[in-house]
Design a protein around this ligand. Structure first.
Ligand code: GLP
Length: 243
């Protein structure tokens, strides 16, 4: 696992954007695996800037997202489809027809089938990841066992608690989500995680402890042959990480 310490969130965003940019320039028709949450927002802003000012071309790029809340339509402001349009797709020249975010409303079984069919035929060149405070990846919550493929997940209370900041009340946070499975994530050619803020527990378990633990799904990243973690210096210092 390659670990890069960034000076601050802006530096982390630039370093992450560098990695995505090199992939997009080298393989202009590849599929990006994308993530939501606050961690990748700065990177998306930087990629949009590079598109506008430095001709970074997304016209041949496809994408598939990690997850989506069950119960939120893509027009809902807190849906991950809306997030992706708002934070990235509306600001670059990607063909939205080639972007995929699982559907959270309607026939959930059929939506999951579609999600898995897409994943089965897609070779994800690089998968962007954030991490939940409980160590979840996508919405793969900690447990005795993890899932290989896309599935419906019941969100842990700590996840609902962490994500309630985006909703009017805690009761408005969906309790279920569709998410890529851990196998889908691990099959991506490369992984890119951005971690900062208050994720001490997850960062410690990912970067310091030598354990692969389904109770901290992020630790599975350690087994990937091409994984990069960009960690903000403040967090690296807090957990005592030294390169
Ligand atoms: C949600 C998403 C995750 C994301 C996590 C952390 O739960 N499903 O994919 O990594 O939030 O978000 P943040 O980056 O805002 O801390």
């Amino acid at each position: 696992m390659k670990i890069i310490v960034a000076n601050d969130p802006e530096d982390a965003a630039r370093k992450a954007a560098d990695l995505i940019e090199s992939v997009v320039r080298e393989e202009p028709d590849c599929t990006l695996g994308l993530a939501t949450g606050s961690s990748p927002v700065g990177m998306y802003r930087e990629l949009a800037r590079r598109h506008k000012e430095e001709d970074l071309d997304f016209s041949g790029i496809s994408s598939v997202n990690l997850d989506e809340y069950v119960g939120l339509d893509g027009t809902h402001e807190q849906s991950y489809r809306y997030f992706m349009n708002d934070n990235l797709f509306d600001h670059i020249n990607i063909d939205k027809e080639k972007t995929y975010v699982a559907k959270g409303t309607g026939d959930i079984e059929a939506n999951l089938k579609e999600f898995n069919e897409i994943l089965d035929k897609t070779d994800i060149r690089i998968q962007v990841l954030g991490v939940g405070p409980d160590g979840h990846l996508g919405f793969n919550e900690p447990g005795d066992t993890l899932y290989d493929k896309a599935h419906e997940e019941t969100l842990d209370d700590s996840t609902i608690e962490a994500n309630k900041r985006f909703f009017a009340t805690k009761e408005d946070v969906p309790t279920k989500a569709l998410t890529m499975g851990m196998g889908n994530i691990m099959r991506a050619q490369s992984l890119l995680m951005i971690i900062g803020g208050n994720k001490e527990e997850a960062a410690r378990r990912l970067l310091i402890e030598d354990k692969i633990d389904p109770r901290c799904p992020a630790t599975f990243m350690r087994m990937h042959r091409d994984a990069t973690v960009i960690i903000e210096k403040e967090l690296a210092d807090k957990i005592g990480y030294t390169p």
